[in-house]
Each structure stands twice: as C-alpha cells, then as structure tokens.
Design a protein around this ligand. Structure first.
Ligand code: ATP
Length: 351
C-alpha cells in the first residue's frame, strides 16, 4: 500500500499543454479514478505516476519519497495500459510469470504464484492456454493478473475495461473493485465513463481543460458539483439561467425560486446557473399551486421500463425529470405543466 502525492504537476508537449496545476493526494489503500473528456490530460497524469513521462514541472512523492526521477522499472508499480498488451506468442502462465522470471524466481514458485493469481481473477486452470485462445474479457483479467504478479504497492490502470462489451464491462467493474478492496492496494484508474468511476472509486478526480476541476467521493461530486463543467459531466443536469435574490434564492425567468443552501459571496442580481437533478424535479398538472413551480410545455415522454423521463420546455431550456413508473406524472406531450424545483434540491453554480 502506498500513498501518493502529486505536487504542482505540469506537463507540456512542445506548445501543447497536457496538464497543469495538479496538487493531489491519493490515500493508501484507496481507489481513485481520473475522469474527464478526451484530451483533458488523464492519461498524461497516469503516465507521469508510472514514470513513463517526466513532468515539465512539479514533484511526485510516494510514501514520503520523491520519486520524480526514478525510472519506471524501479518503481514496482503494477500497470494495465492499452500500450502494454499481452505477449501473443506466450501462454497465459508465461505472461503472468514474465516479471517473476526476469527477477529469477524459481519455476516451482512461479507456477504456484500463477495459479494463485489466476484464482484471484477467477480464471483458474488456464495457465497453459495461449493468449490467442482467450476472449477479450479473459485477456483483460490476465493482464490484471500479470500486473499484480510482483505484489506492486501501487496499481495503475488506463481504461482497463474499454475493450469489453457493456454487460461484461459492468460485471468486471464490480469484480475489479472487490478485488482491489480485498488486496487493499492503492489504485489509480483512468476512465472517461462516469458510471464506471461512480461504481468503482473511493475518490473521483474530475478533470477538464488540462486541470483538476474537483476531487471528491462519487456522492459529493454528484450532489455538490464545484462548477458547471462538473455538473454537466457527471450525471444528467438541468441547468437554468438565473439571477441571485438576496437572502432567499434566485429568480428564474421572472419568477422567484427559493433555495435552501445559498452560496456566500454572490450579490443580489448576480448571474448564476441553477442546477436541479432530474430525479429531484417533479412535473405537475398546470393547475396545481405551490412554491418553486415554473410553467412549461411537455415536449416528450420517454418510457424506459422502470422509469419515465419527462422532457419539458421551461424558461427557455429543455429540462428532464425522471420518475419511477408508479410516480409517472399526469401530463401528456403538448400539454402545459408545472415544473417543481424543491428548495433542498437546488444548487447554485457561478454562471
Ligand atoms: P483520452 O481520453 O482521449 O485518452 P486524455 O484525457 O487521456 O485523453 P491525454 O492523452 O493525457 O488526454 O492528452 C492530453 C493532451 O496532451 C492532448 O491535447 C494530447 O493531444 C496531448 N498529448 C498527449 N501525449 C502527447 C505526446 N506524446 N505528444 C504531443 N502531445 C501529446
């Protein structure tokens, strides 16, 4: 188990800025996901931790030691990167034992370790198969077993499940998370899939525009996104243009909306964005009175089985509300409706 500290990391490739101003602590034994859209610098940051890139600026501290200049092969980190594919001409066992052989571990001990690792990734007894005979999911698991062979103190994975179909991917997310917790191994994983990050991570590092935008648990990030970028990237968001109304909340399209949790430092009349998650929003018939209700027109209803999504045009934007089937709103497309924004579910973001 290692704890990792990134201090003031910046990486430029010629004139391209890949990441900057990264100050981050990864606690021992936790699983941390770097999450963000393509090109935001996730892989670069992981490669810097792995020692496959050197930062232009900043230091990397692991267990209190500055290892910024330590070569990759001396870091003893387990890595599952797309660029580190399995050796196609070797068997599963030979792949997993590769690093053990290089380090002079004797054949009987190697064999034992391979079997142990294959048990761990739930592929017992396939050590003598050739890599070419495996499915995509089996290959990914063998790659994970290979990365764990040297009992690394830090486990790094770059989109390890990207080659899998949706169903296997979801199953593997849970398996990998359970395995990581069982081994209690500090793990950093790159993904652009927010559902994957929410499923697996203790902490999510949301990245955008070459910077860290927010660090927090999945729940914190979902409930209290730090800015519009994070709100937009994590989950589905209803974002309404609004202005501050001191002491009570905001004004949306000329109507007052009360907000329980008011931010400090935003004066009366300041332009802001109001965020409400779809599962918090209620759609009501047009004649139902009450506070925090805005008029709109139902544009579309999507019935996806367990839940019903109601799209409503309101205050110049299209909002979506998600309800369980039994709470399906009593409205139809084309009809007028009211959108209820509960004060406790409203979040104010700087515009
Ligand atoms: P993706 O999800 O698409 O892999 P990412 O978030 O992992 O994206 P990076 O691969 O870290 O992003 O790239 C960040 C930026 O640095 C991008 O603009 C990319 O084009 C640039 N970049 C990355 N590697 C190099 C390189 N070797 N030479 C030049 N530019 C690079």
């Amino acid at each position: 188990m290692a704890d990792v500290h990134l201090k003031g990391i910046r990486k430029e490739y010629g004139s391209v800025l890949a990441v900057t101003d990264v100050d981050l602590k990864i606690p021992a034994g936790k699983l941390v996901c770097f999450l963000g859209p393509s090109g935001c610098g996730k892989t670069t940051l992981l490669r810097i931790i792995a020692g496959l890139e050197s930062p232009t600026k900043g230091r990397l501290i692991v267990d209190g030691q500055d290892i910024t200049d330590l070569p990759t092969h001396r870091r003893n980190f387990g890595m599952v990167f797309q660029s580190l594919a399995l050796f196609g001409h070797l068997t599963v066992g030979e792949n997993i034992a590769y690093a053990l052989r290089v380090r002079g571990v004797d054949p009987a001990a190697r064999r034992r370790r391979v079997e142990e690792l294959l048990e761990l990734v739930q592929l017992p007894g396939i050590a003598d198969r050739h890599v070419a005979q495996l499915s995509g999911g089996q290959r990914q698991r063998v790659a994970i077993a290979r990365a764990l062979a040297m009992e690394p103190k830090l486990f790094l994975m770059d989109e390890p499940l990207s080659a899998l179909d949706a169903k296997l991917r979801e199953a593997m997310q849970i398996e990998l998370r359970v395995l990581q917790q069982r081994l209690d191994i500090t793990t950093v994983m790159v993904t652009h899939d927010q559902r994957e990050a929410m499923t697996m991570a203790d902490q999510i590092v949301v990245m955008g525009d070459s910077r860290v935008q927010q660090v927090g648990s999945p729940t914190e990030i979902y409930r209290n996104p730090a800015n519009r970028f994070v709100a937009d990237f994590i989950g589905t968001s209803n974002l309404l243009p609004a202005t501050m109304k001191s002491g009570t909340g905001v004004v949306v399209d000329g109507r007052p909306v009360r907000v329980s949790d008011l931010p400090v430092g935003l004066g009366d009349g300041a332009a802001v964005t109001l965020l409400v998650r779809p599962e918090e929003m209620r759609i009501l018939p047009p004649d139902s009175e009450g506070e925090n209700r805005l008029p709109g027109t139902v544009a579309f209803i999507r019935d996806v089985g367990a839940t019903v999504e109601t799209y409503v045009d309101c205050a110049g934007v299209r909002l979506v509300a998600i309800a369980m089937r039994r709470d399906r709103p009593e409205v139809e497309p084309g009809e007028r409706a009211l959108v209820e924004l509960p004060p406790g579910a409203c979040r104010i973001l700087a515009a």
